[in-house]
Design a protein around this ligand. Structure first.
Ligand SMILES: NC(=O)c1ccc[n+]([C@@H]2O[C@H](COP(=O)([O-])OP(=O)(O)OC[C@H]3O[C@@H](n4cnc5c(N)ncnc54)[C@H](OP(=O)(O)O)[C@@H]3O)[C@@H](O)[C@H]2O)c1
Length: 222
């Protein structure tokens, strides 16, 4: 296992589940939030009984990590990127955002772009990776749906960055899948809105996930 320090901005629903999965895999997580108490609470609960450890730190320390996950809403991701463009240079920046409209079943962006591509445009000197956006917060926290391991689709135009994020998923309980170029974020963001629509129809709320079959480890190129 290749333990690393992962920076997380945002200790809300998604951040809480993500940090728990990362500490399970033995990673060190540096997390910040507008509300430091919220970040401290997420860090403390995610560190309990796990091989990894999470700490609540100022944003500058979060941005020192090689991989920085923006667990905040779009377009807040863009505002953050513009404000922190310089410290994020050369970093892998993970975008989890679904640009949902008020119904949560539609998107605020046209199908010709995605929150991830907008973020990449705002961070030309960073490697933007789309990941975790199809995994809903309660299931991410639990790590499974009905005993089935969750898939995390990882898309980026930077193949090396994609590989780093996929390796980071080892031991989290999530199966990482190489989802190709960043343009596929358009599909991944739409997929989550569609999943929420189904969840509303079947009364599941956010307790659902997406699985690419066959189950089990898949080797690239085989
Ligand atoms: N919830 C899910 O099931 C789910 C699933 C997949 C993807 N996502 C994506 O995950 C992202 C976060 O969703 P969420 O449900 O976790 O939202 P959330 O519960 O509102 O959490 C976001 C947290 O980030 C903080 N924050 C926002 N901007 C910040 C900044 N610049 N610096 C520090 N902290 C900041 C917020 O603080 P304030 O409230 O004070 O602003 C809040 O505590 C969204 O893009 C969403 O589309 C969510």
């Amino acid at each position: 296992m290749n333990a690393k320090t992962v920076g997380v901005v945002g200790a809300g629903n998604l951040g809480r589940g993500l940090v728990r999965r990362l500490t399970q895999a033995g990673h060190r997580v540096a997390i910040c939030d507008h509300n430091p108490d919220r970040a401290a609470d997420v860090a403390a609960s995610a560190s309990q009984g796990q091989p990894g450890r999470a700490v609540s730190v100022p944003v500058a320390e979060v941005l020192a990590a090689e991989v920085v996950v923006l667990a905040v809403w779009y377009p807040g991701t863009i505002d953050f990127a513009k404000a922190q463009q310089h410290p994020l240079e050369g970093k892998i920046v993970v975008d989890v955002a679904n640009p949902l409209d008020d119904s949560y079943t539609g998107l605020t962006l046209p199908p010709t772009t995605s929150a991830a591509e907008e973020l990449a445009a705002a961070l030309p000197a960073s490697s933007v990776v789309k990941a975790f956006n199809t995994v809903l917060a309660p299931t991410l926290y639990a790590g499974e749906v009905g005993g089935t391991a969750l898939d995390a689709f990882v898309a980026s135009d930077d193949e090396g960055a994609r590989a780093v994020v996929l390796a980071m998923l080892d031991g989290t309980g999530l199966r990482g899948l190489d989802a190709g170029a960043l343009v596929n974020a358009r599909l991944l963001e739409r997929l989550t809105a569609f999943g929420i629509e189904l969840g509303q129809r079947y009364g599941l709320g956010f307790d659902f996930g997406f699985k690419y079959l066959p189950e089990g480890p898949l080797d690239l190129g085989s």
